[in-house]
Write a protein that binds this ligand. Structure first.
Ligand SMILES: Cc1cc2nc3c(=O)[nH]c(=O)nc-3n(C[C@H](O)[C@H](O)[C@H](O)COP(=O)(O)O)c2cc1C
Length: 383
């Protein structure tokens, strides 16, 4: 049995990833902010919601397809954006985008990806979103939007939970830097992971590809690039900037990083078509509430005026079902596909989608549901 065939759930991929990756890279992916309370609670909150099945409902044919912002997906699990994916496996964003296309779902590319907007678009012509920031340099923002439009990205997804960087102490301890370059402090760690090291050395440098390919970004060399990007995160961004961006983009638009129902209402008022309830996987403000716990309040606040997605701690078919039953259109995942990618490249991500599909189908049948629209709050039991 191959390494990925012996993975039977998403935690199995995590264990495989831990073996393949140098500790500092694994910690960057796996870790969260401060005491990692939100990171942990994202997971711990799903068990608070129990599933109340209905019996004898003919569940012979299960259909997991649904529609997200007008696009049909075969599976209600989408890919959340993660930066610098080639750090976790040399095949990077391309491998994940291909696997998502095969699974019939939507891929979201990060602004700080290691593969560019254009190169990712060339890999597959199936549905893709681009995750954007309101950079301090608005010309670069305009340029990113134009590049996305030209490359056929269906939607923009603005991340709003990162006015400044979260405090990720695992990275401070390990001395990890971006874009990744090996330092003396890392030598012992990387030598213990020769397969990763071989792939790292024998493949092109990992870059912040969209900035390197930018005609407006003022960067002369790599050290300049890092300083430039650090300065681009603009803590003065407010709702007026969001309204500006929605107007400039003039297409499907989501806001990612909302946990407060009042912000959800405001997002709809400024014209967002979708809200991604997210605490950045516990990587930004610690003690933000777990996403599944704020879902119902946000669904109520938005009352059907925008689609609601959720990420953070989704690891099981039952997690997906709970979120959908409580009113999410679909869920998104971050770390799980990175674990699977590190564990087995594109084949790993294929296997992850296959396992999720099997889990969700089986759980729907056990619950007494055959299609996504069957999932309603009556199936959720909170004692
Ligand atoms: C390694 C890593 C990099 C990430 N990079 C980004 C990013 O560039 N932009 C963004 O909006 N979110 C980023 N995120 C957050 C994810 O999009 C997502 O919100 C989070 O991972 C969901 O939680 P989960 O990992 O428990 O599924 C990143 C997350 C991880 C783990």
């Amino acid at each position: 049995m191959s390494q990925i065939e012996s993975c039977f759930n998403l935690e199995d991929f995590r264990q495989r990833a831990k073996k393949y990756l140098p500790r500092m890279v694994f910690d960057y992916m796996d870790g969260g902010a401060d005491d990692e309370v939100t990171l942990q609670r994202n997971r711990d909150s799903f068990p608070k919601f129990q599933l109340m099945p209905r019996a004898l409902r003919n569940v012979e044919n299960i259909d997991l397809s649904t529609t997200v912002l007008g696009q049909k997906v075969d599976l209600p699990v989408l890919i959340s954006p993660t930066g610098q994916t080639r750090m976790f496996h040399h095949t990077g964003e391309g491998a994940v985008a291909r696997a998502a296309a095969k699974a019939g779902t939507i891929y979201s590319l990060s602004s700080v990806s290691s593969t560019s907007i254009e190169d990712t678009a060339k890999i597959t012509d199936s549905a893709k979103w681009f995750q954007i920031y309101v950079w301090r340099d608005r010309e670069v923002v305009r340029e990113f939007m134009a590049r996305c439009r030209e490359s056929g990205y269906h939607a923009l997804c603005l991340t709003v939970d990162l006015p400044v960087h979260g405090n990720r102490e695992r990275d401070l301890h390990s001395g990890l830097n971006f874009p990744l370059s090996l330092t003396a402090k890392m030598v012992a760690d990387v030598l213990r992971h020769p397969r990763w090291l071989y792939n790292y050395i024998t493949n092109p440098n990992i870059e912040i590809a969209n900035m390197v390919g930018s005609t407006h970004a003022h960067i002369a060399n790599e050290s300049n690039l890092l300083g430039y990007i650090a300065k681009q995160f603009d803590p003065s961004v407010d709702w007026d900037d969001v309204a500006w961006m929605i107007n400039e983009w003039n297409g499907p638009f989501l806001i990612k990083g909302i946990v407060n129902p009042e912000d959800a209402k405001r997002a709809v008022d400024v014209g967002a078509d979708g809200i991604i309830i997210s605490n950045h996987g516990g990587r930004q403000l610690d003690y933000m509430p777990p996403t599944i716990e704020v879902l119902q309040d946000i669904v109520q606040a938005v009352s059907g005026r925008a689609e609601i997605l959720l990420d953070g701690g989704v690891r099981r078919g039952t997690d997906v079902i709970k979120a959908l039953a409580l009113g999410a259109t679909a869920v998104m995942i971050g770390r799980p596909y990175l674990y699977a990618l590190a564990a087995g490249g594109e084949a790993g991500v294929d296997r992850m989608f296959e396992l999720l599909r099997e889990e969700i189908s089986r759980d729907m049948a056990l619950l007494g549901c055959t299609k996504i629209s069957d999932l309603t709050p009556e199936f959720i039991h909170r004692p």
